[in-house]
Every structure is written in structure tokens, then in C-alpha cells.
Design a protein around this ligand. Structure first.
Ligand code: ATP
Ligand code: MG
Length: 518
């Protein structure tokens, strides 16, 4: 039996060798029809899938369809001067992009060419944009936190390095802001960042670049930009270019954060291309392989083990929903590929609860393994308290008399919601988060009137920033009984002083002030 398979293999091998000899790289074909960013070409009989071709005018294209008589090619540049019968030649190469530290601080287009007016990039060591994702054997589970600096995320839905966390929500609900704030918070943390704008407005990309530039975050960031007016093929390629740039740093054992803003537009560009190439439409007119499109992209993020450099790529894909419908085709696809989602709720956003992360629908499936000790300890009861609050406040709307316990839970919940409000571009450090969470966990916030919480947060953080306790906590890594005692003592002093300075403060409204005395 063995000899039979051997000889069979040899036969196939010989055939393939002979075939390889026949491939001529200098084949020339002719355009049959052109329009909508797609060219049908005949004559390039030996061309490969995803191969780069060059038209007479120098414009490049990529082969996406291989059919018996014709090839379907997506155009990657200007094509008004290409007509029927124009020449097309093969390059024998697939699309590759420049990589390396030269990309830090740069803005490039969907195929890696600079568009920021800066100097040209060296294409030495350029990497092909399609690659098979690393296998399970080369990976390990997440064990280090990726700090977003956003209190509600780091406490309830922590993200680990190498995790893929989806940001999902309707338009204008603060999705981009969460991602950009996370990039800002990587300053000085040795994490390289790639922001991929997929079919965004040009003004949005410029705005994001300004924010990053002003905060000094461009030093460790690359922006890959494809804007709404560009050819669908470029919008389609942008995320692959982004991950390829990230993979270079991964291969050097570094930590990378990549943001795809957003994959809904990516799916739409792929649908456009597929329909123009006359591929059969499926659900919601998307082609059947749209799931594969996103899974092969997101599988390229992950955490490598020691033998494979120990680097990581953390991915924050963004999906835009219509009227909060997370059960549509593309949202369910991407939810099933990622390790959790942050669900941005329109009603919360409009009510001023920003970031509008819905505590009920959001989840992080792996990140808590990597959460810092002191954050984990202080955040442990938060989700439960918010769930109770959500349930009881719905119940309280019936207006019946509530017992004290229920009232306390509701009042506490309202204050937590105030505590986790956070303006944009103002990340907290992990230690500051621990202080805020400590105030929640030990119910110190109950002494503060609801409308004074915003000011209280600021003053509390400022007070503890000066205290030696944070250095101690940072060294210890987590709270022990002694440290909890010290924090409580410090809190009591602070609270007594703080509430005595609030004008017209009626302590009895909030409880017995004796509790605060030692
Ligand atoms: P789009 O659907 O247009 O991409 P988006 O969901 O990405 O929108 P953003 O652009 O991030 O939303 O934010 C929408 C608006 O809300 C912006 O003007 C932004 O400044 C504001 N915003 C976002 N987050 C906050 C926040 N935490 N505090 C205050 N304002 C915020
Ligand atoms: Mg956005």
C-alpha cells in the first residue's frame, strides 16, 4: 500500500514540476471591459489568484477571479485612461507592503504608500499582505493586561494582550473614541499601535491624526487610511495592510494594538466587489465567504508563546449596527470570531452616560485572566451591583414604596453609573482606577450627592496621587488586609474633610456620619 501512495505522490510531484516550468511571468493580456473599479481581462492564462498585474498606464490591479476564459481584476488606482484592448502584464508577485519602524508616525494608504507628504518608504523586507494565521501550537493564552485607561472597561471587561475585543454599536455612539483613547493610553507602555481607517470620511481620519499627534501618540502609531471616496478594492485591502504592518513587530517579539474602524464598511466593500465580479449573493446580498474574510483577518491577532518571540497583537475591530440590531449577519459573524464585545448603547449615550458601554450586553471572555491584582480585587462586585441596579430600577418605575435595602441598591447603582462616566481623551492609570473602584466597593460614594460625583472623582484621584499609599499598592501588586486598613483610614479622613466642605450638606440624608469616624 505504502509503495502505491509513494508512486502516486511522485507522479503528482512530477506533474507539478512540469507545470511550474510552463509558468511564464512575462505574459501579456488584454482588457475586455472596464468600469466600477473592475476589469475583465483575457489572455493571462497562467496568472495566479491575488497576483498583482500592471496596466499600460502603470496602474496596478489584483486578480480576484480566475475563470476559464477571463480574469476578474480589481483596480488599485486611476483607470480613466485604460480602455478596451489595453495591455495588462503579470508581475508574478502578490500585493506586499513596506513594514518596519520606518512606519511609526506615518500615514499610509491601503497599499502602504505614504500619503502624509513625508519621505518615501523603503520597500526592503516588504511583506505580502495575505498570510496564514499562526497555529495554536505557537500561541499561548493572554497573561498581561492591555490597559485602556477607561475605568468601565478595565474594571468589568478587561482586555488582555493578544485578545480580540469587538466594539459594536450604532453610529455616533463613541466607538472610535474608545479605540483612540486606548491608543492614547499606550504612551510609554511599549505597545506599537496601528489604526486602520476603513472607508471613513477623510475629515475623520485627519481629526484622529490630530488627536494622536497632539498627545504625542503618533510616535508609536501608524495610520492606514482608506477613505469613503476610494475604490472598493482599496477599502477591502486596508485591514490586511494594517495587520501585515503589525505582524512585522509581532515577529520581533513586540506588543501591538490594531484598530479596525470599521469592519462593517469592510464587508460592504467586499460585497460591492463580489457583486461586480458576478459572484452569487447570499444572505443580505453578501457573498458566502464574508465570514472567512473576517475570520482570516482576526485570527492573525493573538499572543505568541516564548519560543515564538512572546509578542502579541491585540485587535479592536469595530462594527456599526443598524438600530441596535446585533443579530444581523455581519455583527453575529464578528461577535462569534472575537473574544468578547463592548456594546455601545445609543440610549445611554444620548442620556449623557459616556462611554456608553452597556454593562449587560458587554463581555470579555479572556481578559480577566490578565487583570492586575488590585484592579481585580476592587472591581469584583461591580458587575453584580450594576446588574441588581438595572433590575431593581426597572422595578422601581412602578412607583411602589420601596424598602430601604432596595433604595440603597438603587442609590448605589446611580452613583456607580456616575463614577464610570469618563470624558474622552482622559485615560486613568491603573492605580487611579483602583482608588475609584475602592470608593465604590467600600461604599464611600454614598456620602456624596449624585450631582457632586464628577467633582468628587477628580478631587479623590488628585488626593491619592499625592499619597504614598499608591506607591505602596503598586509595589505590592494587590491589596492585603493591612493595605485595605490603611486605605480605609485614608479614605475616612478624606471623606470627613470633603463632606464638611460641601455647602448645605445634610449628613443624615446619606447615613450616619459616625461610620466615618475611627
Ligand atoms: P461613527 O458612527 O460616526 O463612526 P462613533 O460611534 O465612532 O461614530 P465617535 O466618533 O467616537 O462615535 O463619537 C461620537 C461623538 O461623541 C464625538 O463627537 C465624540 O467627541 C463624542 N464622544 C465620544 N465619547 C465621548 C465621551 N466619553 N465623552 C464625551 N463625548 C464623547
Ligand atoms: Mg467612528
Amino acid at each position: 500500500m505504502a509503495t502505491k501512495t509513494d508512486s502516486f505522490a511522485a507522479l503528482i510531484k512530477a506533474k507539478i514540476d512540469k507545470y511550474a516550468n510552463k509558468i511564464k511571468k512575462d505574459e501579456v493580456g488584454r482588457v475586455i471591459s472596464i468600469g466600477d473599479g473592475i476589469a475583465l481581462v483575457s489572455g493571462l492564462e497562467k496568472a495566479m489568484l491575488n497576483e498583482l498585474v500592471v496596466f499600460e498606464n502603470g496602474t496596478k490591479g489584483m486578480i480576484l477571479n480566475l475563470e476559464a476564459e477571463t480574469l476578474g481584476i480589481v483596480l488599485l488606482g486611476k483607470y480613466d485612461d485604460i480602455a478596451e484592448n489595453s495591455q495588462v502584464s503579470r508581475t508574478g508577485q502578490v500585493v506586499s507592503v513596506p513594514v518596519g519602524d520606518q512606519l511609526l508616525g506615518r500615514v499610509v494608504d491601503a497599499i502602504g504608500q505614504p500619503i502624509d507628504g513625508g519621505k518615501a518608504l523603503s520597500s526592503q523586507g516588504a511583506m505580502p499582505i495575505e498570510k496564514i494565521a499562526p497555529g495554536v501550537i505557537t500561541r499561548q493564552s493572554v497573561d498581561a493586561p492591555l490597559e485602556t485607561g477607561i475605568l468601565s472597561i478595565d474594571s468589568m471587561f478587561p482586555i488582555g494582550k493578544g485578545q480580540r475585543e469587538l466594539i459594536i454599536g450604532d453610529r455616533q455612539t463613541g466607538k472610535t473614541t474608545v479605540a483612540v483613547d486606548t491608543i492614547l493610553n499606550q504612551k510609554g507602555k511599549n505597545v506599537k499601535c496601528v489604526y486602520v481607517a476603513i472607508g471613513q470620511k477623510r475629515s475623520t481620519v485627519v481629526h484622529i491624526h490630530d488627536i494622536l499627534e497632539k498627545a504625542g501618540a503618533m510616535e508609536y502609531t501608524t495610520i492606514v487610511s482608506s477613505t469613503a471616496g476610494e475604490l472598493p478594492a482599496l477599502i477591502y485591502l486596508a485591514p490586511y495592510t494594517g495587520i501585515t504592518i503589525a505582524e512585522y513587530w509581532l515577529s520581533k517579539g513586540e506588543d501591538v494594538l490594531i484598530v479596525y474602524d470599521d469592519l462593517s464598511k469592510h464587508a460592504v466593500s467586499y460585497r460591492t466587489i463580489s457583486l461586480l465580479l458576478r459572484r452569487p449573493p447570499g444572505r443580505e446580498a453578501y457573498p458566502g465567504d464574508v465570514f472567512y474574510l473576517h475570520s482570516r483577518l482576526l485570527e492573525r491577532a493573538g499572543r505568541m508563546n516564548k519560543e515564538n518571540g512572546n509578542g502579541s497583537i491585540t485587535a479592536l475591530p469595530i462594527i456599526e449596527t443598524q438600530a441596535g440590531d446585533i443579530s444581523a449577519y455581519i455583527p453575529t459573524n464578528v461577535i462569534s470570531i472575537t473574544d468578547g464585545q463592548l456594546f455601545m448603547m445609543t440610549s445611554m449615550f444620548n442620556a449623557g452616560q459616556r462611554p456608553a458601554i452597556d454593562p449587560g450586553l458587554s463581555v470579555s471572555r479572556v481578559g480577566s485572566a490578565a487583570q492586575r491584582g488590585y484592579v481585580k480585587q476592587t472591581a469584583s462586585s461591580l458587575k453584580l451591583e450594576l446588574a441588581q441596579f438595572a433590575e431593581l430600577s426597572a422595578f422601581a418605575q412602578f412607583g411602589s414604596d420601596l424598602d430601604k435595602e432596595t433604595k440603597d441598591i438603587i442609590e448605589h447603582g446611580k452613583r456607580i453609573m456616575e463614577m464610570i462616566k469618563q470624558p474622552e481623551n482622559s485615560p486613568y492609570s491603573q492605580l487611579q482606577e483602583a482608588v475609584l473602584l475602592f470608593a465604590i466597593k467600600h461604599h464611600y460614594i454614598k456620602w456624596i450627592p449624585l450631582d457632586k460625583i464628577t467633582a468628587f472623582k477628580k478631587d479623590l484621584v488628585a488626593h491619592f496621587d499625592k499619597s504614598k499609599l499608591l506607591t505602596e499598592l503598586s509595589k505590592a501588586g494587590k491589596f492585603d488586609d493591612k493595605l485595605i486598613e490603611k486605605f480605609n483610614a485614608e479614605f475616612k479622613d478624606f471623606m470627613l474633610e470633603y463632606i464638611s466642605a460641601i455647602p448645605d450638606y445634610k449628613a443624615e440624608t446619606y447615613g450616619d456620619i459616625k461610620e466615618l469616624k475611627k
